[in-house]
Design a protein around this ligand. Sequence first.
Ligand SMILES: [Zn+2]
Length: 269
Amino acid sequence: MDCGEGTQQRMMQYKVKWFRIDHIFISHLHGDHYYGLIGLLTTYNLLKRLQPLTIYAPALLKDIIEIQLRASNTKLNYELHFKETKDDGLHLLFENDYVEIFSFPLEHKIPTTGFLFKQKAGLRKLLVEKLEGMDVDKSNYKSLKEGKDITDRNNNIIKAEEVTESVSHPKIYAFCSDTIYTESIVEYIREADLLYHESTYLHESLNRAIETKHSTALQAAQIAKLANVKRLLIGHFSSRYLHLSILLEESKTVFENTELAIEGEVFRV
Ligand SMILES: [Zn+2]
């Protein structure tokens, strides 16, 4: 998500596996959120990437990238797909067997979206004791685990719900890049296991936050509390703060389970 200047350097520094990236989500078109993209796209070309890459972003990014490629007479070896994001509600952007990814509107100086990653419930667990007395072929177990009803050897319908149980609580990660304090996002991020929320300023600079449509550490914590999330990760700090602990402390006065989004740290959902 987002691709600021220096992305490639950080990918090298933290040994990110370059070819595991097939989808890039850009929240909005302020430079600090996408100026690293053209470099990354052309590096992929030099690395002879062949697998398609999809970018989810406001519509104008397609024009920006295309003109940069055209100006340098670059023809990509791989397919580059653009999917336009819209800041007018919840939209499903991507789905596979494991996860659903949505965009939702934030409130900033230009059209901006957050992203919501929802894990799908994993395979269900077979209730062996219930299956024992039934005449079910073992080749049907996979379908049952996937939640599909099957028929036994005597053509009776066996409901997956009755002979399996769901396993774990599917995880939710919500990413809120640049936004002013707005309770309108709460409905989208409710009960997230991990919420990343920007916290550019301390609350003493609330006026500056309002002017630039950013949030304070205190406000990020208020959103976390209202949305009843489990953990809060704050980031996007103004360079005026040399010691980030004051932002962390401010957030913790409202929402104890807060952590600082420090570059290079890994946070498990
Ligand atoms: Zn911005």
